[in-house]
Design a protein around this ligand. Structure first.
Ligand code: PEP
Length: 252
């Protein structure tokens, strides 16, 4: 089965009702359809209802940027996968490097969040990636293997089928430094091979997207690499024209 492209915007903690409306309206207008590709925006929790109301029935899906590993209970400030599903989310980002670094999420917690998302039929966008120090120490593959193995160990390799993997080198996120297409391709191929060790069909089918300072001008060369199926986009997802061009670059 040929893989289709996928682009997700990660708005992080940006936006307000007025700006979001403008951005969402422009994205909907700019993406009447996509050929062999799909796209989504992952918005801050308070704006899920707004995203749902603007995007329902369009070609743009929506999702959350994080999810609790718990179903319900005394977890002040947390949001469950069921709550995201209530607002029509298709996707949720898990294990973004900002969550791992700033909020101490380790591989086990990320794996539990992945499982929670899937239990509510959400598609987790699982972020993996190395820091600059890890890359310079030649530890990239080892770090990514551990991030992936924690998830596979908890939910099994079959669960990877209903997910998207995002390779996001930490040194490239929000820095303006992008991995070269070949650097990204090498890691994407490694991720695919790691999954193939469990199930080659799932490895061939799963969408693996790249994140880290992707813009309209570098998306085409990144997405042209054989194992790069699209992108997870931070800064550029807040600019309608940029995001729209990146989505079109994921078409095949
Ligand atoms: C991200 O937030 O996942 C990301 C890749 O950000 P940026 O595109 O701004 O580097």
């Amino acid at each position: 089965m040929a893989r289709t492209g996928f682009v997700a915007g990660n708005w992080k903690m940006h936006g307000n009702l007025v700006q979001n409306q403008e951005l969402l309206d422009a994205i909907v207008l700019g993406i009447p359809s996509l050929q062999n590709a799909s796209c989504a925006v992952c918005v801050p929790y308070p704006y899920l209802a707004q995203a749902q109301s603007v995007l329902k029935g369009t070609h743009v899906a929506w999702g959350g940027q994080d999810v609790s590993q718990y179903h319900q209970g005394a977890y002040t400030g947390e949001v469950s996968a069921g709550m995201l599903a209530d607002f029509g989310c298709c996707y949720v980002i898990v294990g973004h490097s900002e969550r791992r670094t700033l909020y101490g999420e380790d591989n086990q917690v990320v794996a539990e969040k992945f499982r929670s998302a899937q239990e509510q039929s959400l598609i987790p966008i699982l972020c993996v990636g190395e820091t600059l120090a890890q890359r310079e120490a030649n530890d990239t593959e080892q770090v990514i293997a551990m991030q992936l193995d924690a998830v596979i160990g908890l939910v099994g390799a079959d669960a990877i089928k209903h997910s998207v993997i995002a390779y996001e080198p930490v040194w490239a996120i929000g820095t303006g430094k992008t991995a070269t297409p070949q650097q990204a391709q090498d890691v994407h191929a490694f991720v695919r091979s790691r999954i193939a060790a469990h199930n080659s069909e799932i490895a061939a089918d799963v969408q693996i997207v790249y994140g880290g300072s992707v813009k309209a001008n570098n998306a085409p060369e990144l997405f042209a690499m054989p194992d790069i199926d699209g992108g997870l986009i931070g800064g550029a997802s807040l600019v309608a024209a940029e995001f729209i061009s990146i989505c079109f670059a994921a078409q095949s």
